[in-house]
Write a protein that binds this ligand. Structure first.
Ligand code: ZN
Length: 445
């Protein structure tokens, strides 16, 4: 073992320990320090993983899917390294390995589950050479940071071709993701939902309306949501591939249930999109060669954490925190909230920091008119761009309370609300809001 690796691991661990209080910022700092001392630290550490490395990519559902896959592999008795916090750029991935390493630079892991930001795959993939890539979906996201979806697709295809043995586990219901997997030439398996389940809003924004292979407009048998559904090209024959892992008898309500292969899967989550997250993790575990007999047990105990439908209890009020960072995610969030028929208050916090994308015009692509229903007793708009959010709601005749300070907004609704509060936030609002909720949860009434 190179002495440099040991020094890098030691320094990063100390740094990580010192700035643990800084949360995920601290984590990425540890990665940066390790890379500074030993530029090939990631190669050195990841090459010690014994059985396989999964990389999870895609616009929505990465963190939930990746963490669930980690839990599923652990339920099979495997030792797993995972960037749980969703720090998915190079420094965050390095930190996950460094913090899991022993002081002597040794890694003791059967698998690694690594969530990777799509643009960062160029820096991460050549170093860790994943055995499997999980591709959840491709939606429009944070436009001014990434450019168009086409650029993202180009980067991902480049990575697939650079690592030709990497097996792609892909959402077959997404024409964009499935096209990539089919076009790249890598081996692939698909998951999806072959039959229609829910009514997709007719005015929903859809990406990838045109065939990536020939440019013709795609025809759809049905949509699940956004552009996910049963598609085919009338001109060149490109079509939804056969689904290797098909969720059947899908039921959506206070909990989700479906059947895949011979297994009955039940999860205490709301939100149809979680069927895809669960299915993706299941497909990955099966593709790695496990029978998946412990999958349902794992799911019962699995806590999504990190602000993905995360539950808090503050002075008698049940609070659900959820990240919503783009139109597809936000629409799915809204439909998940609306599956809860009981009275509720909603807080929507929107920031426009660099990581959110400073252009928040995407708010106009979200179906906020659905929030006009009577079970919603109040909507509070908060965050840096609360005024824009207020205007967006006003446009569909929905009144809102303006409170730029997120903590005050939460305190007010806990005090005078109906006891059932949903907090929907975009990316940079997530971390601070989560800290506020944790703090309030710890306070005595
Ligand atoms: Zn075509």
């Amino acid at each position: 073992m190179k002495i440099r690796v040991m020094i890098a691991v030691t320094a990063a661990k100390l740094a990580g320990y010192i700035c643990k209080k800084m949360g995920r910022q601290g984590v990425t700092w540890a990665g940066k320090i390790a890379l500074g001392i030993c530029p090939d630290i990631l190669e050195q550490l990841s090459s010690q993983v014994r059985k396989g490395i999964f990389a999870t990519c895609g616009t929505n559902g990465k963190t939930t899917t990746n963490n669930m896959l980690c839990a599923a592999l652990e339920a099979e008795g495997q030792k797993v390294i995972c960037n749980h916090t969703g720090s998915n750029m190079l420094n965050g991935v390095v930190a996950a390995f460094v913090l899991a390493a022993k002081w002597n630079g040794k890694i003791d892991a059967d698998y690694a589950c690594i969530e990777s930001d799509e643009a960062s795959t160029r820096h991460i993939f050549p170093r860790i050479k994943p055995d499997y890539m999980l591709l959840t979906n491709l939606f429009r996201d944070q436009l001014d940071r990434y450019g168009e979806i086409d650029i993202t697709m180009k980067i991902l295809e480049e990575m697939m071709q650079k690592i030709p043995d990497m097996k792609i586990i892909v959402n077959g219901d997404d024409a964009l993701s499935a096209y990539l997997a089919m076009d790249a030439g890598n081996p692939y398996v698909t998951y999806g939902i072959s039959k229609p389940v829910i009514q997709s809003a007719a005015n929903e924004i859809r990406e990838g309306r045109f065939c990536k292979r020939c440019g013709e407009k795609l025809e759809y048998g049905f949509y699940h949501y956004s552009q996910l559904g049963d598609y085919h090209c009338p001109k060149c024959g490109f079509a939804r591939p056969e689904l290797n892992f098909d969720a059947e008898d899908v039921k959506v309500g206070d909990q989700l249930s479906f059947r895949v292969e011979d297994k009955h899967i039940v999860a205490n989550y709301k939100g149809f999109y979680n069927v895809y997250n669960i299915l993706a993790a299941y497909a990955a575990v099966r593709t790695a060669g496990f029978a998946g007999d412990h999958f349902q047990d794992m799911l019962q105990k699995f806590n999504p954490e990190n602000g993905r439908m995360e539950q808090f209890r503050i002075m008698g009020t049940g609070v659900t925190l959820n990240l919503a960072k783009n139109p597809a995610g936000f629409n799915q969030n809204i439909s998940a909230v609306m599956q809860d028929k009981s009275p509720k208050d909603i807080i929507i916090a929107i920031n426009d920091n660099a990581q959110d994308g400073t252009d928040i015009s995407w708010l106009w692509d979200v179906d906020f008119d659905l929030l006009g229903e009577e079970s919603i007793r109040s909507i509070t708009v908060s965050g840096i761009r609360c005024q824009d959010m207020r205007l967006r709601l006003k446009y569909v005749d929905i009144p809102s309370i303006l409170e730029g300070d997120v903590e005050k907004a939460i305190r007010d609704r806990v005090k005078d609300g109906v006891g059932n509060l949903y907090v929907l936030v975009n990316y940079t609002a997530l971390f601070s809001t989560r800290n506020i909720l944790k703090k309030l949860e710890g306070e005595k009434s």
